[in-house]
Structure formats: structure tokens, C-alpha cells
Design a protein around this ligand. Sequence first.
Ligand code: FDA
Length: 300
Amino acid sequence: MNLVNRLILSLIQSLPKPVVKRFALRYIAGEELDDAVRVIGAINSKKLMGTMDVLGENVTTREESLAAVRECEAVLHSINKNHLDSNLSIKLTQFGLKIDEEFCYSNVKRLLDIAYGYNHFVRIDMEDSSTTDATLKLYQRLRAHGFEKVGVVLQANMRRSEEDVQRLIPMKPNIRLCKGAYLEPEAIALRDGGEIRLNFMKLFKMILEGKCYVGIATHDDFLISSAYQSIQEMNLHQSDYEFQMLYGVRSKLRDKIVADGHRLRIYVPFGRYWYAYSMRRFKENPQMVRYVLRALFFGD
Ligand code: FDA
């Protein structure tokens, strides 16, 4: 992290938590499930779909994992009860991936059993590269056991993603494609923004040519207009894809995509671990600090 980013980060860390919370609330629904329900309800009223994310990752005890599973179960019940157009996104390290893969699998399966009762879809987020193999293995196992309404994420910055797409295509996965949020070693990840964009579009076309559903998760103008072009050239139907954006980011662009006739889903994080989550994101990816400052001073 360069000096300027380090200074900004230590400034943010020195601010009282309530002040940081005021900034964080731009990107996070709040601490409680009711907050997320309210935000998703407002999103739905604008003809946008939602996905809820209970903040938390890298838990170290089985008790914490089970608590996270219970919170996610409550989300599923609440989506149903409130008739929300939303699905759920989960992180496997929150479900105990780093404690015991078998334990994690049983936690995810327990959740998917509930989701299937409601016909809800659950997306497994992709975390840093130390989890990629285990995440894809668990996803493939779920699909092999007949769970259809579950999706995965691939990151365009990862050199391995092309092979992952090729390997997954036969099982017709529902893939969220994003650039990748984690700083990874150059040996396994692209670092140059232009190369990541090119790889994003290459993977995007591979996924569509493989007749798989894709969530186009980006706020990048170049990628969005390239996706528009491919959608037209490939004569795609609305049911073949959706755009996805993070809550609080580039709302004018979001509205334009919907006005242009595309479906768009907003990723809405919430939960009591918002502070730890925000700080970790800032430390992992200095770019985040700049986004926040730019949004604060110039809006989006
Ligand atoms: P880029 O970083 O170039 O952003 C384009 C513009 O959008 C910026 O200039 C800025 O204005 C704005 N912007 C982007 N991100 C912002 C932010 N966080 N705050 C404020 N402004 C922002 N990653 C991952 O590794 N695993 C995952 O599972 C997911 N899941 C996911 C879901 C959804 C719905 C989205 C939109 C993104 C993810 N990501 C992710 C994150 C993704 O990998 C990537 O880090 C960010 O989307 C930023 O990349 P962009 O493509 O938006 O381009």
C-alpha cells in the first residue's frame, strides 16, 4: 500500500466508530435483518432485484459458523415472508470452510434445503485464492447432489478462470463474473486493468457460448458497454443474463441500465460485523479507500 493510501487508512481508523458508520451506511444496509429487508423492499420498488449478504468471513470456530448459518436461514425465511425479489449470497469461510470442509458442506447443504423449500437461489461468493479450489469443489459437489438453484462466482483477474469456465460449462453453472476483489500474487493473477477487462470479456463470451446464465457484476463503463454489444450481437434474451452492482455504487449508471431494458440485481450487505468488514476491505484493497473518498467528495 502506498504512503497516501496508508495515511488515508490510518485517518479512517482513527475516526470514532459512529462517524465511520455514517460513511459505511452508504454501502451497507445496516446492522439488522430488518435494515436489509427495508433496503431490498425499496430496491424492488424500483424494479431492481436484490441479493442479501450477511457480513462475516474467515470464522475460526464451529459456533461462529453455526451462528452464521442461522442468520442466513433467517434471511431466507424473511425473503419469503416479505415477498422480496431477492436471493442470498454466502461466503464459505463464514460457513467454516477453513475449519473443516465437510462441516462447511453440511452447513451449506442445510441452508440449501431451506432455500429449496422456498424455491430461492443461493450464490456462493468467491473469496481469495486460498479458497478457490475448495469453493469450486464444494459447488460441484452440491450440483452433483442435485442442487440446481445455487451459483458460483469467477474472477477475471485470476489466470485460472478460463480453465475453470471450461471445466464448469458441462454442468451449466449460473456464474457471477466479476473482476476480483482480492490482491493476489502476479504468478496467479493479472494485475493490469486492461488485461483484466480483456479477460472479463473473453470469459463472458465463453460462458454465454456455453449456454450458461451469467451475472455481469461490474460498475465499469467499458465492460458494461462491451456487454451491451455482445448481448445485441448474440441476440440474447433477458433470461440469459443479468447485470449486478453493489449497493450504494454508481446509482445513475444502475438506473440507466434498467431504463435500457436490462435486469439488474443489487448486492446488499448487512450485519453487525460491518466495521471489521469495511476495515479489512480497505486494507486488502487500497482502491476501496479512493472509491469512498471520491464518492464522499464528488458523489457518484
Ligand atoms: P472498477 O473497479 O474499475 O470500478 C468502476 C467504477 O465503479 C469505479 O471507478 C468506481 O467509481 C466504482 N466502484 C467500483 N467498486 C466500488 C466500490 N466498492 N465502492 C465505490 N465505488 C466503486 N469480488 C470477488 O472477488 N468475489 C465476489 O464474490 C464478488 N462479488 C461481487 C458481487 C457484485 C454484485 C459486484 C458488483 C462485485 C463483486 N465483487 C466480487 C467485486 C469485484 O470483483 C470488483 O472488485 C468490484 O466490482 C470493482 O470492480 P469493477 O468491475 O466495478 O470495476
